[in-house]
Design a protein around this ligand. Structure first.
Ligand SMILES: Cc1ncc(COP(=O)(O)O)c(C=O)c1O
Length: 436
């Protein structure tokens, strides 16, 4: 008799977001009496603006605490439609807007809704891990589009053209990007749009993750691929309130679909999964979009990120074995640590691991764990942003969502770690089984 397994096979296909997995390691280091500098955080170190908090409290007092429209409150969807016009020049009916609990859920929902088994999903790598983690779970095939440091981590139209096949169903783009901070210019997006229009059936969807749309530096303005000729009808624009308003705990995001019919499919997914999003938070989000002080609040935050970016990129580039480009947006730095991995012996140590350990880790993950446990600085490793085909790429992601002195101390610790040969050797000897 065949042994019955507890879980369905698909569960083993579901990946994860390591940003949530590093928490227990940080807690372990801190419980041993060490203060960890957290450069791993994916959320702005600002608070929700007072006027938004006030509106949420007011809504609670109005007892706006019941079930509501599964598509999202009309008041919020109208405000989002208006923002789409102002920011992207698109004339969007609120019926094409669906509100989700954060920017994240529409990533998996789109793969569920648009992809049949063996359809292909093209997504950026390095990229937000949820793009890759969902694909096999829904039975589709992941096709990573490798972003190159020397191209500013943008997507080359030629590379995209090579990856598109008859089975391509969904193409995920993310500018400004997590983890690289890469931003695509209008010309680059136009080149991508030309390839898509030339090579893809009208039923192929572009999922444009624009959650960092406001966090762009050096006076640039965000450009959405949906605003280019012939692209609105193929593109799902996704965004939300987690980053722009430093409101990751509010769980409000949204997507704008090419048609009302498509939006209604996602409304039905919402009904099936969670019914609706807390209405008091949705009213807070509506006010955040409408309030006259919001642009000033966002501008202040972006200015702060830009100042930190300039200081910390300079400091990273002073570390022997590290090169870091200047990101155009988001609040992450993505230094190349190949030189450190070489000179510290990380690559040799990785190569001499037994096969099953090598499978579970990478040189940048080994340095990440060493930096955390021995030098008390938390960062993210390259493979946390897409594993497929990432061998030989040695990067870290540092978040600049902390005050400058904290960031400077974090970089100082990384520099000390980068030349602590003895410490690294001991670390590998002691922890090859439990931490790598
Ligand atoms: C590119 C990208 N998309 C989506 C999300 C998800 O955002 P939310 O917290 O609103 O679900 C994140 C969060 O880090 C992100 O970096």
């Amino acid at each position: 008799m065949q042994v019955m397994t507890l879980f369905a096979d698909r569960i083993s296909e579901l990946g994860t977001e390591n940003a949530f997995k590093i928490g227990p390691h940080i807690a372990a280091v801190e419980s041993a009496g060490n203060k960890v500098i957290r450069l791993n955080l994916g959320e702005p170190d600002f608070n929700l603006p007072e006027f938004v908090k006030y509106e949420i409290k007011r809504q609670l007092d109005l007892n706006n605490t019941h079930y509501c429209d599964p598509k999202g409150l009309l008041s919020l969807r109208l405000a989002i439609a208006k923002q789409m016009r102002q920011m992207r020049g698109l004339d969007v009916s609120p019926e094409r807007v669906v509100v989700f609990p954060g920017g994240k859920p529409s990533i998996g929902f789109c793969q569920e809704a648009y992809c049949n088994r063996s359809d292909e999903v093209i997504y950026p790598s390095p990229g937000f891990p949820i793009y890759e983690s969902f694909t096999r779970y829904v039975g589709a095939s992941p096709v990573p589009m490798h972003l190159k440091e020397e191209e500013g981590f943008t997507v080359s139209a030629d590379r995209l053209a090579e990856l598109i096949t008859k089975r391509t169903k969904l193409i995920i783009l993310n500018f400004p990007s997590n983890p690289t901070g890469g931003v695509a210019s209008r010309e680059q997006l136009e080149a991508l749009a030309d390839v898509i229009k030339r090579k893809c059936s009208p039923a192929v969807r572009i999922y444009s993750d624009e959650i960092y749309e406001y966090i762009v530096f050096d006076g640039r303005k965000h450009v959405s691929i949906a605003s280019l000729a012939g692209m609105e009808e193929r593109t799902i624009v996704s965004s939300g309130f987690s980053k722009t308003f430093a409101w990751t705990g509010g769980r409000i995001g949204y997507a704008v679909f090419p048609s009302e019919q498509e939006a209604n499919v996602f409304k039905n997914l919402n009904i099936n999964y969670f019914s609706c999003i807390p209405p008091f938070n949705q009213e807070g989000a509506r006010l955040a979009l409408e309030h006259p002080d919001s642009p000033k609040v966002i501008e202040e935050m972006v200015k702060t990120f830009q100042t930190r970016r300039d200081v910390i990129v300079r400091k990273l580039n002073q570390i022997d074995g590290v090169t870091c480009r200047i990101p155009g947006g988001a609040f992450y730095l993505f230094p190349n640590i190949s030189g450190v991995c070489q000179k510290l012996g990380v690559i040799d140590a990785y190569d001499s691991l037994v096969a099953d350990l090598r499978q579970r880790t990478s040189p940048s993950a080994m340095f990440q764990m060493f930096a955390l446990y021995n030098h008390h600085v938390a960062v993210m490793d390259r493979n946390s942003f897409g594993k497929i085909g990432a061998d030989g790429e040695h990067y870290l992601r540092l978040s600049i969502a902390s005050d400058l002195p904290v960031l400077e101390e974090g970089v100082r610790r990384l520099e000390v770690a980068s030349r602590d040969h003895d410490g690294f050797e001991n670390f590998v000897r002691e922890h090859a089984r439990d931490l790598l």
